[in-house]
Design a protein around this ligand. Sequence first.
Ligand SMILES: NC(=O)C1=CN([C@@H]2O[C@H](COP(=O)(O)OP(=O)(O)OC[C@H]3O[C@@H](n4cnc5c(N)ncnc54)[C@H](O)[C@@H]3O)[C@@H](O)[C@H]2O)[C@@H](O)CC1
Ligand SMILES: Nc1ncnc2c1ncn2[C@@H]1O[C@H](COP(=O)(O)OP(=O)(O)O)[C@@H](O)[C@H]1O
Ligand SMILES: [K+]
Length: 524
Amino acid sequence: MEYLVTSAEMKRCDGNTIEHFGMPSMVLMERAALACAEELIARDKKLKEAMRPFGPVPPANRTLVAAGTGNNGGDGLAIGRLLSQAGFPVDFVLLGKEEKCSAETAAQLKILENYGYRVMRKLPEREYDIIIDSIFGIGLTRPVEGSFAEAVEYINAQDAYVLSVDIPSGIHGDTGEVMGCAVQADVTVTFGFRKLGLVLYPGARYAGKVLCADIGITQEGFLGEYPRIFTWNKEDRGFLPVRLQEGNKGTFGKVLLIAGSRGMAGACELSAAAVLKSGAGMVRAVTPESNRVIMQTALPEAMLTTYEKWTPQAEEKLREACAWANVIAVGPGFGKSPEALRILEAVLKQTMQPLIIDADALNLLSEHRELLDELIQRQQEPETRRELILTPHPGEFGRLAGKKTDEIQKEAAALTLEWAARLQAAFICKGARTLVGSPEGRLYMNLTGNSGMATAGSGDVLTGILAGLSAQGMHAFDAACAGVYLHGMAGDRAAHKKSEYGVTAGDLTLELEALFPELLKKLQ
Ligand SMILES: NC(=O)C1=CN([C@@H]2O[C@H](COP(=O)(O)OP(=O)(O)OC[C@H]3O[C@@H](n4cnc5c(N)ncnc54)[C@H](O)[C@@H]3O)[C@@H](O)[C@H]2O)[C@@H](O)CC1
Ligand SMILES: Nc1ncnc2c1ncn2[C@@H]1O[C@H](COP(=O)(O)OP(=O)(O)O)[C@@H](O)[C@H]1O
Ligand SMILES: [K+]
């Protein structure tokens, strides 16, 4: 588990490390500088090794430090000093008025002066191999303009390897927005914790490769008041549901998947396959009769309950199917027919099992507010409350919340938590950086996945995974976090093989089966 922090959370942690624990600010700055310098020295060594067979080649390490007056600038000046002492030819430029320098940056200037370095006040007209971007860090508070914007353009126009210190200058630390203009980095070395602006788009694109350096700012610095958002990374492998060796197919759960409509058999098939590939024991699909042959041919492992018109017999069949299941998922390719509405109504009012609501089932809730209100009401009472997962993309979320899609995207974190609390559910807001909110206010941000997953049917696979994990006994929030994490990992494996252009939803299910052995191997 890793925290992703806002600028304010990071500053609080920095401040506590310095004031509460007594770690001198200049020590942190020196460690930050050392982490960046080491990265560049290692790169230089690698380049020289690669060039060796070609005979003597001049070293491509002429370096410029572009420093602002805040502590980010102080980091940059210290990096330049360390690089110079390691043999790099380094120029320094200070942007902004010297009298505005923070105490630490003023101290760094003094050290440079003592060593006899010259710090320019204007951008030099020459080319560099390496540029250290330390104009602004997490202290950026307003759009970048004037001479600062010129400096950003200057850096971006150079054919240099750019290392951004902490965050590319011009990227908002909390939102990843470009504040007027921003430095395009090749690598960003960030300190202590990854800032949200480095993982959210477009900031993630500007940051290039992100390295998180330990400079002695640790979780203790939060003094028990932890950041709001967490994520999982490669070290997190222990979330898979425990597999009972003596288990039978009942042990691993029965999923009732209500999906597909006339001409939309694929959604049902993709989802049902993902249920089985996630380790669930059984899946029964409820789908229109017209999908029978397709389903039985494509996925003979799935059982079927089909319907045509909504009759008392059809209602009875649905009731029996619901009674059989441990978990119910409704929505992929479901359509919004009168039959679909009746089925959703029956599921909401007559069942109590863990439920996953996706796609058209969410749209039906948006269009029939009385159903949504009743669901909210039921979730407030402990006797009628159920394990619930909702999986809207921002368009579906907007319809549910009565907001425009871009309003949802702007306020995604707050709205996800608001709706998780309102529905007492694991609320998933899908996208390039999917969020999962819990009713208690926990917020997971997913960093796996890629643009190859923006392909028809990808969401249907996610619903299948969520149902499969829930059927194996995982609680809603745990299943939701694990589900989006695995879904993205499957997407990353698929893109690795086929590129982001070639990924289809079916590939995600196929990659799931290759993913589990990999995860299990790492656990041993
Ligand atoms: N001791 C510490 O607190 C540590 C801080 N560190 C570094 O310090 C950075 C944060 O330092 P600061 O809080 O001093 O902030 P910054 O160095 O990001 O700069 C903030 C300064 O720029 C000004 N400013 C903000 N937006 C501007 C704009 N658009 N145009 C012109 N001026 C603007 C502010 O008024 C302020 O003077 C981190 O990103 C990190 O690099 C690291 O050295 C680690 C330790
Ligand atoms: N650029 C992206 N990066 C990572 N994941 C993405 C990206 N675009 C879409 N996804 C993921 O793909 C899935 C798309 O789901 P959805 O929008 O419901 O598609 P569909 O309705 O076609 O199944 C979501 O899980 C989403 O998080
Ligand atoms: K920077």
